[in-house]
Design a protein around this ligand. Structure first.
Ligand SMILES: [Zn+2]
Ligand SMILES: [Zn+2]
Length: 410
């Protein structure tokens, strides 16, 4: 007779209690060796090797990304079941190290996956641990979505450290744009009339965007930097470059703003007599938390000791490549507290907390809640059908960004 959902959850909890010292060790090792987007070789190796050592079949370098991996375990009872994926992040930030606590994300996902392996003989379905690099910069998941990594996954889950336990918090859409302006060099004092000033085109773009702000909705964020503004003060700059993020509450709204921002750059170039090359580098879709998965996770994370709060609708939000996953399949990106409210991520305090006592405790609770939610889904596949039905109501498969390709086919 198959074990009940409750019995399997108890075994998962017991397993993770036993594994606690090892998981904390992994989290601390990743934290002590911070690696930037797409350079997470050591962190990826540690998580992938751990999964392999425990019995997962591991493929490294999936989707053409050297620091992405996929670990797969198929349940032992015969018959097809659903596929549930835990997503691991493990990239750090320049200067600040693991100030977003991705050492906890990667290790919690790995711990949850290992716990599922411990009950593999009683679980029908497939468990995947998917290593997704470059969340902070580069959009590993956005690339992996585009390259089909999630096509055969029925539900995806991850956890993010924060200052409150929240399960259904969304994120806003974000676009990365770059503008390159091309002018003509000339002596800045002796022959300025012979030059075309690419820097003027670039500065004019910022001015145009500032004029646009009055006519945008309050959720919109446009922020940019000039990454190249000339080479010598006595030479009319022939080349300038600016990078922008353009964000809005939803993907479609953000794409409307992108069009306007591109017009600002074109107008800046026109005014200076320069030309501009606009590149839309990537799109992070707004996140759509699945209500069925969120409900299950909320019950499980409450059981392990967290108090779940509702997200404040007025709270400002960032963006995540998990948004792209959440449009494709039912997904959740809940938060677990490691700091007090008021302390933000991307700060030295947050980096410290990510290996503090509270961070370590959150890591184990997160692994437990993720694993228990997977037990719910794999023992009651009708829950996955419900999650998919809710998902279908919440997303638009024909949304404009879904038709766009940012990373090519290879
Ligand atoms: Zn971050
Ligand atoms: Zn993060």
């Amino acid at each position: 007779m198959p074990s009940s959902t409750r019995q399997l959850k108890d075994r998962v909890l017991e397993y993770l209690d036993e594994m606690t010292p090892q998981l904390i060790q992994i989290s601390q090792t990743i934290h002590a060796n911070p690696e930037l987007a797409f350079e997470e070789y050591k962190s990826m190796a540690l998580l992938a090797d751990t999964a392999e050592a425990h019995g997962f079949s591991v493929t490294r370098g999936v989707a053409g990304l050297e620091t992405a991996f996929e670990a797969v375990s198929v349940g032992a009872p015969p018959g097809n079941g659903p596929t549930v994926a835990f997503l691991a992040e493990y990239d750090a930030l320049p200067d600040l190290g693991h100030a977003c606590g991705h050492n906890i994300i990667g290790t919690a996902a790995t711990g949850a996956a290992l716990a599922m392996l411990a009950i593999r003989n009683e679980i029908r379905g497939t468990v995947k641990l998917i290593g997704t690099p470059a969340e902070e910069k580069g959009g590993g998941k956005a690339i992996m979505v585009e390259r089909g990594v999630f096509d055969n996954v029925d539900a995806a889950m991850m956890i993010h450290p924060g200052s409150k336990a929240m399960v259904a918090r969304g994120s806003i859409a974000s676009n990365s744009l770059s503008f390159e302006f091309f002018g003509k060099a000339a002596h800045a004092a002796a022959a300025p009339d012979k030059g075309i000033n690419a820097l003027d085109a670039c500065i004019q773009t910022f001015v145009n965007i500032n004029a646009l702000r009055q006519h945008l909705t309050p959720d919109v964020r446009i922020h940019g930097i000039i990454t190249h503004g000339g080479d010598a003060v006595n030479v009319v700059p022939k080349y300038a470059r600016a990078d922008f993020s353009v964000r809005a509450a939803t993907s479609d709204e953000s794409l409307d703003v992108v069009e306007k921002v591109i017009r600002c750059a074109e107008a800046g170039a026109l005014a200076a007599g320069a030309t501009v090359k606009a590149t839309h580098q990537r799109h992070y879709a707004h996140r759509v938390p699945n209500p069925i998965l969120a409900q299950l996770f909320a019950a499980n994370v409450t059981e392990v000791g967290e108090t779940v709060v509702q997200p404040d609708p007025n709270e400002r939000k960032g963006s995540s490549d998990m948004g792209n996953v959440s449009h494709l399949i039912p997904a959740i990106h809940p938060y677990i507290p490691i700091v007090d409210p008021g302390i933000g991520s991307h700060t030295p305090e947050f980096a410290e907390a990510a290996v503090g006592e509270r961070g370590d405790r959150a890591l184990i609770r997160a692994a437990k809640a993720l694993a228990m939610t997977a037990v719910d889904l794999l023992t009651q596949p009708e829950l996955i059908e419900q999650a998919k039905a809710e998902h279908a109501k919440m997303v638009n498969p024909n949304a404009r960004w879904r038709q766009m390709r940012f990373f090519g086919e290879d």
